[in-house]
Design a protein around this ligand. Structure first.
Ligand code: HEM
Length: 386
């Protein structure tokens, strides 16, 4: 039992906290709309992050982190307001509870990941769980809006007070996000050395010894080089079909039959970092041929703007022509012939792009005027029928 003095102190703390809550709590409808806006930002930057891998795109992840952490305060205000209504559970309420659980789960797994956490879920890991929980929020949020939508009105804003509340709440989120970096370094967690994309280093400089991952269902049988050619098609002067020996820099590979009259290409080497959206990165010296050399050899039409790389599985991705010229079609990694899982005989190396855009098992390079929109679908369905 505490002394009357203790009770006096805790009472004063409780009163001060209650006053702070009243001071910081925006109008209920503003809380709802802020939650909606923050969720939208978090979801959009989460998805955009999958397409961002260059240092100048680090803002995408910073915005994701700040908006994610800022959600905590608004969630607190919201749950305090509605908790009494949860006793009588309806379908709409049950789905709202599920949405809160998915959001809190995404928050917790995001922070856990950032502090170096791991989780073994078979082919998936902690970051995949985070993304899965985040995406689960989308349909639940859409349903919630159809049932609970209330427009904002000017009376929900209280001028300077509202501005100060938002400065304090989002400022606290930004500060917590910033301090997370320092805390990580101080505690020396596995998250301290992650890239700005959240990915952690593995197997750099060690040939094929980095994880094999496939985007969705791509998992073809090993490719036999005697049945394989690299076709160059589309807006080119002279379409070509090149055998492995014509594109491989390794001496022993040149001994294989050449099914083209085209000369071999100069050996090109590029040091590039492969950053996978499942949360790891690996830096290597990739050897192969420069796409620019290949395009110069076949001649590109003036109105060409995109270069598409197609896999034996139907998977495909395009790069703008100028970027594609500097990309590499690799046959080797750190001097070792590419393993099947890493895309033998030929894999696209596209520096600054995320791993799923580094097409494996490339069998066709197609030069086009417009981007092929169907590739957005192909990345999800290629390999599914196998
Ligand atoms: C309700 C939805 C989501 C919430 C509340 C959420 C929240 C968070 C939070 C709080 C972090 C930790 C940030 C930090 O402390 O620096 C984080 C990290 C991360 N999130 Fe999400 N997230 C959501 C959805 C998504 C989605 C849909 C994706 C991808 C499609 C995604 C990708 C990531 C990645 C890659 C990281 C690691 C970033 C890093 O290490 O700095 N998130 N998320």
């Amino acid at each position: 039992m505490g002394t009357p003095g203790d009770r006096g102190t805790s009472g004063r703390v409780r009163t001060a906290l209650a006053r702070l809550r009243t001071l910081l709590s925006p109008h209920p409808r503003l809380v709802d709309w802020s939650l909606f806006a923050l969720l939208l930002v978090v979801l959009l930057t989460g998805v955009l992050g999958f397409l961002s891998g260059r240092p100048d795109e680090a803002w995408v992840f910073a915005t994701h982190g700040v908006a994610g952490i800022s959600l905590v305060a608004f969630l607190y205000f919201k749950l305090r307001r509605v908790r009494g209504r949860l006793a009588e559970l309806t379908v709409t309420r049950a789905l709202s509870v599920l949405m809160v659980l998915a959001t809190v789960g995404a928050l917790a797994t995001g922070v856990w990941w950032v502090f170096g956490g791991t989780l073994d879920l078979g082919p998936w890991g902690l970051l995949n769980l985070h993304v899965g929980l985040g995406l689960l929020v989308v349909p639940l949020l859409a349903y919630h809006l159809t049932r609970r939508f209330r427009p904002l009105s000017s009376t929900d804003f209280e001028g300077r007070r509202t501005a100060l509340q938002y400065t304090a709440l989002v400022g606290a989120g930004a500060l917590a996000w910033r301090l997370q970096g320092s805390a990580n370094r101080l505690l020396d967690t596995a998250g301290a050395t992650r890239r700005f994309t959240g990915s952690r280093e593995t197997g750099s400089g060690d040939g094929n010894a980095f994880p094999v991952t496939a985007w969705v269902a791509d998992d073809p049988d090993p490719v036999s080089v005697s049945d394989w050619t690299l076709s160059v098609r589309g807006l080119v002067g002279s379409p070509a079909d090149l055998a492995y020996a014509a594109v491989s820099p390794a001496h022993e590979d040149r001994a294989l039959a050449v099914r083209t009259d085209r000369a071999s290409f100069a050996v090109h080497e590029d040091r590039a970092l492969l950053d996978c959206t499942s949360g790891w990165y690996s830096e290597h010296d990739w050897q192969g041929l420069r796409v620019g050399d290949l395009l110069d050899a076949v001649g590109v039409h003036e109105d060409a703007a995109w270069v598409q790389f197609r896999s034996v599985t139907g998977y495909r991705w395009s790069l703008p022509l100028a970027e594609a010229r500097d990309a590499t079609l690799a046959t080797h990694v750190d001097g070792d012939r590419l393993a099947h899982g890493h895309g033998f005989p030929l894999r696209l190396v596209a520096p600054g792009r995320r791993g799923f855009q580094w097409v494996k098992w490339v069998e066709e390079v197609r030069v086009t005027r417009r981007r092929d929109r169907s590739e957005w679908l192909a990345v999800f369905v290629s390999g599914v029928e196998e």
